[in-house]
Design a protein around this ligand. Structure first.
Ligand code: ID4
Ligand code: ZN
Length: 265
């Protein structure tokens, strides 16, 4: 089977062939976050702010895997996540992006049907579970909250100085399969909004194969601004078939019996 991707031949509508859960799963991601009406997100006053402890990464690899660009620190990184809807502490694994080829599409989650030009995903795994002790094991564990992914929408505006070290590196990983060791330190905390209080949260899955239904999703209301030039830099990254990655986002999946909680009114 040709490896999965986002083209007509190997895109989301074909993933069920190797990953039946794409069509049979009842907690698939992404979803459209609806804020009014019957199936809308419900305010939950018990939801606390998300707490991240992200010391600047000193060693990391920046990789173009043909379907996204991924920043992966070395195993020794101590970055952690807790709070919000979580009852355990999670370890940071990697971050990556999803984007479109114009500003009206690109994010995986949507808000009342609206797509943002891109979405940043910070992937973490539950480091306090007795059932697994690595990210790979966590994904295969069938634990409903083995992973927690923080999603941030990107919107076009001022240049994002904190993300500049990343967007400036995109030209160095233009070819699929290429990677560079990240030069110097990267401060991920500086990329995020000050307060991590306003978010949607729901039970879902990886949005790419293996589409494992093991993710506690936390999608923040406040977008992160990046410049047009920074958006264009993503759109110049190649997919391994000599074409730029022009839309590595999965369409929204059915909610089924799930509810979405909101930490804000
Ligand atoms: N969009 S998302 O839902 O935030 C998202 C994720 F959360 C991920 F964890 C991955 N992921 C996939 C693998 C391969 C592993 C290969 C060995 C078995 C486990 C998966 N590494 N990280 C991923 F690609 C992705 F897109
Ligand atoms: Zn993602």
């Amino acid at each position: 089977m040709a490896p999965w991707g986002y083209s007509k031949e190997n895109g989301p509508a074909t993933w069920h062939k190797d990953c039946p859960i794409a069509n049979t799963g009842v907690r698939q991601s992404p979803i459209d976050l609806i804020t009014t009406g019957q199936t809308c997100a419900k305010y939950d006053s018990n939801l606390k702010p998300v707490i991240v402890s992200y010391p600047a990464f000193s060693e990391a690899t920046f990789l173009n895997n043909g379907h996204s660009v991924q920043f992966q620190p070395s195993a020794g990184n101590l970055s952690e996540l807790s709070g919000g809807p979580l009852t355990k502490k999670y370890k940071f694994e990697q971050f990556h992006f999803h984007w479109g080829n114009n500003d009206s599409e690109g994010s995986e989650h949507r808000v009342n049907g609206k797509m943002y030009p891109a979405e940043l995903h910070l992937v973490h795994w539950n480091s306090e579970s007795p059932n697994f002790s690595s990210f790979q094991e966590a994904v295969g564990s069938n634990d409903p909250h083995a992973l927690c992914v923080l999603g941030f929408f990107l919107k076009v505006g001022a240049e994002n100085a904190s993300l500049k070290p990343i967007t400036d590196l995109l030209s160095k990983v233009k070819n699929a399969g290429s990677s560079v060791s990240f030069p110097g330190k990267f401060d991920l905390k500086a990329v995020l909004p000050e307060t991590l209080t306003d978010y949607y949260t729901y039970d879902g899955s990886l949005t790419t194969p293996p589409l494992a239904e093991c993710v506690k999703w936390i999608v923040f209301k406040e977008p992160i601004e990046v410049s047009t030039a920074q958006m264009e830099a993503f759109r110049a990254v190649d997919d391994g078939h000599g074409k730029p990655i022009t839309g590595n986002y999965r369409p929204p999946c059915p909610l089924h019996t799930r509810t979405v909680a909101a930490s804000f009114k």
